[in-house]
Structure formats: C-alpha cells, structure tokens
Ligand binder design. Structure first.
Ligand SMILES: [Ca+2]
Ligand SMILES: [Ca+2]
Ligand SMILES: [Ca+2]
Length: 446
C-alpha cells in the first residue's frame, strides 16, 4: 500500500531559461563514492505504537521514466534489480505501478540500458516508550536477550537520539545506569541470576578529578569499580590510562560519551590515572558500577581547585617583621580536589636578608596522622644567577610502610590547612631597614 510518494529530479546543466548566470558543472561524477544525490528530511510520528518498528522508504515506479540516471551523452539508464531494505531482492512485476523496478514493458525505448541496482532504505524507530518486563530493554517481550544488552550499549554510546530510557535490569530503581548494563551482560552470560534484585547502592563513593591543564581524568575509589560511563560536554578524543581496561566512546551532538569496561577478564578499575583526552571538554557526569551490577555513587571535581599558598607573614597589612628577630611563614593548602599522598615543595628566598632557621610539620600532620616530614636547605641545582640565593625543600608524606599504622585522612575536613611552617631569622643589616618587608621577605616556589 502506498501511503505517500515524492519525486526528486536533478540535472547537471540547467535549461536556457537560466539567463542570469549560466553555470556548467566542473565534474559529472565525484572523486569518491558513495556520493549524496539528494537529502530527504522527514518528521517521524511520535505515535508510540511505532516504537521498535522499521519504516521503509523505497523507490517506486508509476511509469517507465521513473527512477532513471542519465549519462552525459543523453543515454538513459534504468533499473536492473531492486533490493529491499531488509536485503531481499524484490521479484519483478509485469505491470506498473510497482516497487520492483521498471517492468519489461519499459524496455521498448531506444538508448536505455538496465544496469542500475536500486537499494531501498528507511528509518528505524529504536526507542520504546516504556519497558514493561525487567531485562527487556528493546521492549520486544523477550527479556535477557543479547539484543537487550546491545540495545543498552547503543543507548550509552549515544547511537540513539533518545532521551527516554527506563530499562532497569538490576531493579534498583535507577534506570539506564551503567550498573544495569553490567548486570544484564552478566545475566546473559550466566554469571548472575536475574531473580536476585539489586536493591542496594554501594556504600562507598568514587571520586573523579578532571585536570584541564594536563588534560587527564583520575579516579580515587576505596573499593572495586568494574565499569564507568562518562559524559563530557565537548567533542574530545579519549585514551585509557587504566592498564588493560579499554575505553570506547562516541560523539553525540556536543557531548562525548564513553564506556570504560573490560568484560571477559573481569579487570577492575583502580585508583589512579583514568583517561587522557585531547580537545576541550568538561566532565559533567560519571556513572560507576561494581562487577555485581551495583551502582557506585560518584563525585566529580575539577583539578583547578588545587591551590597552595605561601603565607604573607608580614608586610601585607603594613606591620613589619623586626630585623634581628625570627619570622614564621606558613605553607598553606588552600584548595584541593584531591586527597593528597604528600607534598614536595621547593622554596626560594633572599639569603642576604633571611637566614633559614628550621621548618615544622603543619597542622595536617597532627590532624591526619601523616607519617613523614623532612626538609633540606642550602644551594640546590646549578642555575647560578638564575636561582634565588636561598633554597628550602620541604617534603611531607602521608603514608609510609611502617606496619599497621595508617594516616586517618589524606585531606583535612576543612581548608585551608597548614602543610608546613618555615622559620627565618631576619638579617639585622640596617640597610634593609624600612624597606617593604614583604619584599625582603619574599619567599617563592622555586
Ligand atoms: Ca528483549
Ligand atoms: Ca538500575
Ligand atoms: Ca603507614
């Protein structure tokens, strides 16, 4: 049955009525094929009974001159055969109208040859409105098929232009989560029993930090994560930094959608570097799942939140440090998206005005039970006049291999936190007197 039809005509040279600016084509066939002859735009009905159906769009013959290609010398070509959208060859008919190509009656015209293969196409409606049966993501009435896992994979890869997805194989009430994909895959391969509902969420949180300068994303998780789904705003290219665990991704509109998962080896994703990317993108959403198909809560932070400051101990408010006396300068952690494993800072100062005396552990050591602190001062490196005249290197490490003792935290509950404190003796050289003390006291990261 014909619901509607359309006719499209193109010519390489227009008729003589194109008076304004006669144009001639610069080629009659593009350098590479396939090439688009024309583009058809349709509005797809939102009738939900169409969900999951395929809507064919076919060539159609009303008379013998339909569906022809013309050669530049005027010769005209017509259909040899017609292949339908599902790959079947449509059997020729004797009469018009027909979907099956020009019938035999059309062979009478001179200068025509049957050499064209026509291939029909169409539009697949891939997005069911609702999923009634648990595990039946493609909504065809048969749950736990491989096709259901493929459907869900395609949903994550953004191959469907669908906002709606309410497929919830693991039954935790959060539809279309990466945990659902893991769950359905493991049910299909016989590793999980679909009768057991997942009615819980993991009791730990995976933290993600995007470093927009280094263009990396890292993960910190206290326990196992088997799979991740990430959405970045912006089209970026991604490379996995997790040994043996690949990333697959697609560009979907202005977003990049990525799945990080190694199915058959059961490799887990561990704390550390996760992804390297090129291009401009902002990590907007991460979903995480365990191997049991349980959802893991996630938190995203930007690495630009990391800030370390050398305190302006004197001079900023007009008060000066007294010459011949000690002054103390803090190294503060003002912002951090990371739990820290330690720090190693190299500080430069003017040794003609300041004599380094000693460095102390900052409050973070007491508050978090950090385990190692050291410092060293004096010449550092061979940079001669390019270097400051004084150096202090200050090192703190949260965890050392000292048996059952572990730090109680890697990041204090509140910031700023004091990482270290440096004590200087200020020269009593009177030529320094009344100078801007904060200039004399200038202490910088080297
Ligand atoms: Ca199904
Ligand atoms: Ca779910
Ligand atoms: Ca330890």
């Amino acid at each position: 049955m014909i619901f509607s039809g359309s006719r499209y005509v193109g010519m390489s040279i227009g008729g003589t009525w194109f008076k304004k600016k006669p144009k001639t084509p610069n080629c009659f066939i593009p350098d590479s094929l396939p090439a688009s002859l024309a583009s058809l735009h349709f509005l797809v009905s939102n009738d939900r009974t169409l969900a999951g159906q395929y809507l064919p769009i076919r060539f159609f013959w009303i008379d013998c001159l339909d569906n022809r290609l013309a050669y530049v010398n005027g010769k005209s070509y017509m259909s040899k055969q017609v292949v339908d959208y599902d790959g079947t060859i449509l059997p020729p008919t004797d009469t018009l109208p027909t979907y099956s190509g020009a019938p035999v009656v059309c062979d009478r015209g001179r200068g025509t040859e049957r050499i064209i293969d026509f291939y029909d196409g169409g539009i697949g409606i891939e997005c069911p409105d609702t999923t009634q049966i648990r595990g039946d993501c493609n909504n065809n009435g048969r749950p736990w098929e491989i096709a259901d896992a493929v459907w869900l994979t395609n949903y994550f890869s953004g191959r469907f232009n669908c906002d709606d997805c309410d497929c919830d194989p693991n039954g935790d009430g959060y539809p279309c989560h990466i945990a659902d994909l893991i769950y359905i895959i493991r049910v299909i391969v016989g590793e999980l029993n679909p009768d057991e509902l997942v009615d819980t969420v993991a009791n730990y949180t995976a933290h993600f930090v995007q470093d927009t300068v280094g263009q990396t994303i890292s993960i910190t998780t206290p326990d196992a994560v088997a799979a991740l789904y990430l959405i970045m705003r912006g089209n970026v290219t991604l490379e996995s930094l997790q040994p043996g665990v690949p990333v697959s991704y697609t560009h979907c509109g202005e977003f990049t959608k990525a799945i990080i998962y190694r199915d058959h080896l059961g490799l887990q994703i561990t704390s550390g570097p996760l992804l390297k990317y090129t291009g401009i993108g902002v990590l907007e959403e991460v979903q995480a799942a365990t191997m049991e198909g349980i959802m893991v809560p996630t938190v995203i932070r930007q690495a630009s939140d990391l800030r370390v400051r050398i305190e302006m101990e004197a001079g900023q408010d007009g008060s000066g440090a007294f010459q011949g006396q000690f002054a103390e300068v803090d190294i503060l952690l003002e912002r951090s998206a990371y739990e820290l494993g330690g720090f190693n800072v190299l500080i430069g100062y003017d040794a003609t005005a300041l004599a380094f005396y000693e460095a102390f552990e900052g409050d973070i050591f007491a508050e978090c039970d950090w385990e190692y602190f050291t410092y060293r001062y004096g010449p550092d490196g061979n940079c001669d006049t390019n270097c400051p005249s004084g150096f202090v290197r200050v090192v703190g490490i949260a965890e050392t291999n000292n048996g059952p003792y572990h730090p109680s935290c890697f990041l204090p509950d509140s910031l700023p936190a004091q990482l270290a404190m440096m004590k200087f003796l200020i020269s009593n050289d009177r030529t320094l007197e009344c100078q801007f003390v904060h200039y004399v006291l200038r202490v910088t990261f080297a």
